[in-house]
Design a protein around this ligand. Structure first.
Ligand SMILES: [Zn+2]
Length: 399
């Protein structure tokens, strides 16, 4: 018998079964068959923190002038210009290119943190459209902030999270409430965000202590730090996703993990922004891996973690588990089994050989077959992205 992966609903109508060289009873005659000779069947990768709005950046985004000299200047001169230049068409093109390349790289879950100040209402629907169209799993939230338009802007961001949670979220694309970071919002906005999490029953997704500037800001406001500020204002419900955690102590990191929060390590981004290595994250196993806007190639990110972690003297056992910890995060978020190779699990699988992912399945649906997207045309997606990217660079230069 040839090795193959069989995909089909089991008796409970749920997902998936796998057969490598054996027949699986639960799968009926209508099961889809994917050739798996000489390949490995593994769970799909999880990108636990990223930004789809930066999906056009690899298409020749011009460098900032003058060159930034610190983290906040990188935000001001690059990402906070890019996000203001986005409209619905460019956001859609950016999201589709990002999601398409993620799936082709074997990344089946993408946890996004979104901001597009010129297009707040409806922006999460644009992103969800790309997930739905191409077949990815994910979590979406609008990162509320006061940095452009004060409280009014923050309330519009929170309202977008609520609107999407109530009317846009699906079984495979869930909603979060998000804040950009403690240092760009007032106490009122943090408290509102926390109350909204409780009301909607969803998690918080926020940048924490990515740079010392975030810590200094919270201290100046009278708190011990950004983590303590979020906690005191009731904005850290169980399951919350905290990106970075660089300028914290091991005690702070493990305290948040004990509250049920997840940390996300983004090694390539941290290196690029020169914000330091997140050494304190070694204090807990509730740490997943994210790319923070870099392409969702999780094996490349894991290699960067190896390189940077080894240089920083980080515990190799702990850091080596971060890529797979994403599956635990997904199981908690979606209320599914952690072992995706069992029937009844989320059904996110990759058939991969030495050339990379051959087939990719999300929630029992084949989304990549023979290294090609099943539900989209990569060439068309890329052409559209290149066209939109040129328009975005032009708008950015005028900001
Ligand atoms: Zn980020």
């Amino acid at each position: 018998m040839r090795d193959e992966l069989l995909i089909g609903p089991d008796d409970s109508g749920r997902v998936v079964a796998i057969a490598q060289g054996r027949v699986v009873d639960a799968v009926g005659p209508d099961a889809e068959r994917l050739e798996a000779g000489g390949a490995q069947i593994t769970p799909g990768h999880v990108n636990a923190h990223t930004h789809l709005y930066s999906g056009l950046a690899p298409l020749g985004m011009p460098g900032p002038e003058p060159a930034p000299t610190c983290f906040v200047e990188i935000l001001e001169r690059v990402w906070w210009k890019l996000d203001r230049a986005l409209d619905a068409d460019s956001l859609r093109a950016s999201a589709r290119l990002y999601v398409a390349n993620a799936l082709l790289s074997g990344t089946t879950t993408i946890i996004d943190h979104h901001e597009s100040p010129a297009l707040i209402e409806g922006s999460l629907d644009v992103l969800a459209g790309a997930y739905g169209e191409l077949g990815a799993r994910g979590l979406l939230g609008y990162g509320a902030t006061e940095r452009n338009g004060g409280r009014e802007e923050a309330l519009a961001g929170l309202e977008e999270c609520a609107r999407f949670a109530r009317t846009g979220a699906t079984e495979t694309v869930l909603a979060a409430v998000a804040l950009h970071a403690s240092f760009t919002v007032s106490d009122e906005t943090i408290a509102d965000a926390g109350a909204l999490c409780s009301e909607l029953g969803v998690v918080m997704h926020v940048h924490v202590a990515e740079d010392q500037a975030d810590v200094i800001d919270a201290v100046e406001r009278g708190y011990d730090g950004p983590l303590e500020r979020l906690a005191r204002l009731g904005a850290l419900p169980q399951g919350s996703i905290l990106a970075h955690g660089i300028h914290l102590s091991p005690e702070q990191v493990s305290w948040a993990a004990e509250q049920g929060c997840w940390w996300v390590h983004n090694p390539r981004s941290n290196e690029g922004n020169e914000v330091g290595y997140a050494a304190a994250l070694g204090a807990t196993t509730r740490v997943a891996l994210g790319t923070d806007g870099w392409p969702a190639e999780m094996e490349v990110e894991a290699e960067a973690l190896e390189r940077l972690g080894s240089a920083a003297g980080d515990d190799p056992q702990r850091r080596g588990k971060r890529l797979d910890a994403g599956h635990r995060l997904v199981a908690e978020l979606f209320g599914t089994s952690e072992n995706v190779l069992q029937p009844g699990a989320v059904g996110d699988l990759v058939v991969a050989d030495e050339r990379g992912p051959r087939h990719v399945v999300v929630a029992g649906q084949v989304v990549v077959r023979d290294r090609q997207l099943v539900l989209g045309d990569l060439e068309k997606i890329r052409r559209e992205a290149e066209r939109e990217a040129r328009a975005v660079w032009e708008r950015m230069s005028a900001l």
